[in-house]
Design a protein around this ligand. Structure first.
Ligand SMILES: Nc1ncnc2c1ncn2[C@@H]1O[C@H](COP(=O)(O)OP(=O)(O)OP(=O)(O)O)[C@@H](O)[C@H]1O
Ligand SMILES: [Mg+2]
Length: 244
């Protein structure tokens, strides 16, 4: 379980997260929805400590921290290892092969043997239909292929949770469908995932839970069924706007 309690993030002139308390259960897929600028990325980045809120608490499993405290880099690393993040633009290392991109974290961070890391990498590559590109470099792959590799890279870290921030928004519709199928497959296997997306079809199909964010606040957190079948007026308006 990931728990955020009373989290506050103030950018210089913008209150991006306003007293946010929310939980993300394990083995479930939570989809974060909300208008542009609502604070979805900030929320995700706070969980991964890429963003440091000024106040509030974060608990992941049995690790706990208070954002107001001075955190040691050791503490931050330990916490960060609980989650892996997949970004909108797949930032693979251009000077490493696909295989090396995937095994770099497991070998240097998790201290796995090269053999074990490579065996696992090939398994993951097969899972996304790309085992034949293991020895290529990122610039020799399409955007959709690179995004599949960045999903493999996140999976190879073997974290409890994987966080996705609009993983398909830079892709054309066909490639988007391909990536979403991979995510849906992971969801069905019971991975613990938090996914920021604007794709409502994916939210309907794959989400166990929905968190709806607006103006830095949680407007709704509950089951997907409740969100789509018993929407409040605000949610109805949002869903209607998304259909346009
Ligand atoms: N580094 C920053 N400095 C100042 N303001 C920021 C910074 N990052 C984000 N913001 C502001 O905080 C608010 C929330 O941003 P955030 O990126 O979390 O929104 P979002 O919900 O992910 O939006 P989108 O759907 O467009 O990605 C926005 O108003 C944004 O302009
Ligand atoms: Mg965002």
């Amino acid at each position: 379980m990931i728990t955020l309690s009373h989290v506050d993030k103030q950018y210089r002139d913008h209150h991006a997260l306003n007293d946010v308390s929310v939980q993300f259960p394990e083995h479930e897929t939570t989809v974060i929805l909300g208008p542009s600028g609502a604070g979805k990325s900030t929320l995700l980045r706070a969980i991964n400590l890429l963003e440091r809120p000024q106040a509030g608490e974060l608990t992941i499993g049995d690790l706990h921290l208070n954002f107001a405290d001075n955190l040691t880099s050791k503490q931050i690393l330990k916490m960060r290892r609980q989650t892996a993040m997949v970004f909108q633009s797949w930032n693979l290392f251009p000077n490493l092969t696909i295989l090396e991109n995937i095994t770099e974290g497991p070998i240097y961070v998790l201290k796995q043997s090269k053999e074990a890391a490579e065996t696992r990498a090939h398994e993951l590559l097969k899972q996304v239909g790309l085992d034949d590109v293991a020895n290529r470099y990122p610039n020799q792959l399409s955007g959709g292929q690179q995004q599949r590799i960045s999903i493999c890279r996140a999976l190879a870290l073997d974290t409890d949770f994987i966080l996705f921030d609009e993983p398909t928004s830079a892709l054309d519709p066909e490639l988007e469908a391909q990536i979403l199928r991979i995510l849906q497959d992971l969801a069905e296997r019971g991975h613990s995932m938090i996914v920021v997306t604007h794709n409502m079809e994916f939210a309907r199909k794959a989400a166990d839970r929905i968190v709806f964010v607006e103006d830095g606040q949680i407007e709704f957190a509950g089951t997907s069924k409740e969100f789509f079948e018993e929407p409040t007026q605000r949610i109805k308006d949002f869903l209607a706007a998304m259909k346009l």
